[in-house]
Design a protein around this ligand. Structure first.
Ligand code: NAP
Length: 320
């Protein structure tokens, strides 16, 4: 089967389309013919080999040469101990090595909502579960709150706006001029164009701030946070060459150590309950993925280049 692999760290040119053995499912696994996958920052950092990530992932070259996590596809074979899926079922979920024609999956496999395409389904897992866990588990989101999403038009951000609306909050979305429309169509009540206005100078105060883009200092953020509220760090600019976005996390944590607000940084974790909740949101129309562009698997390097330039509307998807 065809798959994307990289035997060294670097810019997207290191990605190769290779022929490898088609996987055979274990008794407790399901073999999926992948129809689509999507691009997230995790793949970008895995590809470039951020020094701090090399400690576990291979110092000089990647230990795991495969990339990709999010997938959607069709069940092609089922291990003899599985009775929850059958051949032909349409599914989506998460599995490392998803930039490939087939994956074997044990845990994160969920029936695909019928009202969305394979491309849309593959755009959801990583970005939407991050938005959900950031808002609900770390931000303690409550109906009626004023919520601000800084970085509201990309993968995580456009899902965060919609999930915050699903929790009945009043949402302010921050993005650039070209992406105002996607923030509005995601349901934001207010949109701030960061190229024209610095929201941290506004008088409005928020109960929860989800910081997807990490573009301000703690002294700026705290100006717009009510006391005893939640500030959740999701992401940050690429930062220093050694620890990347963690540089921003450390600065915010140090700057806020005496603050009344609860400042959280987290790494999203997949679980079936949250994936099933996202499926429900998709089926009821509370979550509508936006895919800016799709590329065939053979053009993964091109797709990564576009992702690396930033300012994507929603998600970039690969098709197999
Ligand atoms: N903690 C976790 O578990 C987790 C999981 C997934 C991702 N992440 C992190 O989350 C971040 C976003 O990921 P993504 O996939 O959503 O990336 P993305 O699609 O590239 O989105 C980046 C967002 O940042 C916005 N942005 C850029 N410059 C900005 C500025 N100066 N002010 C305000 N917003 C600005 C962009 O808006 P415009 O396009 O309009 O400029 C866009 O909405 C990354 O840092 C990633 O590493 C963390």
């Amino acid at each position: 089967m065809k798959a994307i692999a990289h035997t060294k760290y670097g810019q997207p040119d290191v990605l190769e389309l290779v022929d490898i053995e088609k996987p055979i499912p274990q008794d407790d696994e399901v073999l999926i013919k992948v129809r689509a996958s999507s691009i997230n920052a995790a793949e970008w950092y895995g590809m470039v080999g951020l020094p701090i990530a090399r400690i576990g992932g291979g110092l000089f070259k990647p230990k795991d040469t495969r990339l990709g996590v999010d997938y959607s596809g069709i069940v092609e074979a089922v291990g003899k101990n599985r009775n929850d899926f059958k051949v032909g079922d349409e599914v989506f979920g998460a599995r490392t090595g998803a930039y490939a024609e087939y994956v074997c999956v044990k845990n994160i496999i969920i029936p695909k909502p019928k009202n969305i395409t394979f491309e849309e389904a593959a755009s959801v897992p990583t970005a939407a579960i991050t938005a959900l866990q950031g808002l609900r588990d770390f931000g303690k989101i409550q109906a009626g709150q004023k919520v601000l999403i800084n970085g509201a038009s990309g993968g995580v951000g456009h899902f965060a706006v919609q999930i915050a609306k699903a929790f009945d909050t009043e949402v302010t979305a921050v993005c650039s001029t070209k992406n105002i429309e996607i923030a509005r169509s995601s349901g934001a009540d207010h949109v701030v164009d960061y190229t024209k206005e610095n929201f941290t100078n506004n008088v409005q105060k928020y109960d929860l701030l989800l910081d997807v883009s990490g573009t301000h200092s703690w002294s700026e953020y705290k100006r717009v946070l009510k006391p005893d509220t939640h500030f959740v760090i999701v992401g940050a600019p690429k930062g220093t060459p050694v620890i990347g976005p963690l540089a921003h996390v450390i600065k915010i944590k140090v700057g806020s150590w005496r603050a009344s607000q609860k400042v959280e940084f987290f790494i999203a974790k997949f679980n079936k309950d949250d994936m099933n909740l996202l499926k429900e949101f998709l089926e009821t129309g509370k979550l509508r993925p936006f895919v800016e562009k799709t590329y065939p698997l053979s053009q993964t390097a091109e797709a990564m280049r576009l992702f690396g330039r930033g300012h994507i509307r929603g998600k970039i998807v690969l098709t197999m």
